[in-house]
Design a protein around this ligand. Structure first.
Ligand code: PLP
Length: 282
């Protein structure tokens, strides 16, 4: 297959970066994962906007225009003949002699992207997934989609070791988000999810869900909720680019409600599917 390295689309096997690239040494960069359905990007513009926002927030200036990058991504999808999968894209501050402070002078940022086939996770969407709780040990700028993912990795590994799909993180009593997803609860018909501040990533999927809730007049509260509220919830689900709207049916070995996906979660799955069809066809 093909990959993007800076301004070029080249053979995946020829896409190499320097050992002193700051992404490799420091995790000094940001990334995006974009879903492709029917060979078309879903919410591509939203992902590109967040990519720019993340890079600007750490002082990396994109070497190309957003439009330019989007066109290259379209070309990459086409060249790789990707119908159903993802684009992974990242930018680092570039290669320079190792020193924590930003390199002085003109160091060119390094952009890479590649595609991967990925099916829709039908079984998880139908049956729901198991999760565990874990303390959120990450930094205080979780709004930046940083390459530094150690906190997320350790949380996800704990989930994997416990036979679970995801780890739900909490700061003290407050639920923040999953290790690679946003978390929602439903209580008495109200959809509740953490407000988009510095403690979580503002998920593109989350925003699509909030928009369809508004359109269908499903009540939403974007606010912090607690471990206690999570334990008392009627329904719980998670959202992400790759997981879409995935029901959570078990938390720390305890069933959520009756242990099966609830009606509001089902409705949001349907509405989300319609959004995909609107943008990408079926
Ligand atoms: N929160 C974290 C920590 C994530 O890594 C992700 C995505 O992988 C999300 C939330 C969901 O974001 P999105 O819906 O934009 O994929």
């Amino acid at each position: 297959g093909y990959a993007i390295l800076n301004s070029e689309i080249i053979n995946r096997s020829e896409a190499k970066v320097d050992i002193e690239d700051r992404g490799y040494q420091f995790g000094d960069g940001v990334y995006e994962v974009i879903r492709v359905y029917n060979g078309k990007m879903f919410t591509g513009k939203e992902h590109m906007d967040r990519f720019i926002k993340s890079s600007e927030s750490i002082g990396i200036k994109l070497p190309f225009s957003a439009e330019n990058i989007m066109n290259m991504l379209d070309e990459l999808v086409e060249k790789n003949n990707l119908k159903l999968g993802i684009i992974y894209m990242q930018i680092t501050r570039g290669a320079a002699p190792r020193n924590h402070a930003f390199p002085v002078g003109d160091v060119t940022p390094c952009i890479t992207a590649y595609t991967k086939e990925m099916p829709i996770p039908e079984a998880n969407l139908q049956q729901g997934v198991k999760t565990i709780l874990t303390e959120d040990i990450r930094w205080l700028r979780c709004d930046i989609k940083s390459l530094n993912l150690l906190g997320n990795i350790l949380a996800k590994q704990k989930a994997a070791e416990n036979g679970c799909y995801e780890a739900i993180q909490h700061r003290g009593q407050d639920i923040t988000e999953g290790s690679s997803s946003n978390v929602f609860i439903v209580k008495n018909g109200v959809v509740i999810t953490h407000e988009s501040n510095n403690l979580i990533l503002k998920g593109i999927t989350k925003d699509v869900i909030l928009r369809v809730c508004e359109e269908k007049q499903i009540p939403v509260e974007e606010r912090t909720f607690t471990l206690e509220e999570l334990a008392q919830a009627d329904e719980v689900f998670l959202s992400s680019t790759t997981s879409e709207v995935t029901p959570i049916v078990v938390i720390d070995d305890k069933k959520v409600g009756d242990g099966v996906p609830g009606p509001v979660t089902r409705q949001l799955q349907e509405l989300f599917k319609k959004e995909i069809e609107k943008q990408c066809g079926n």
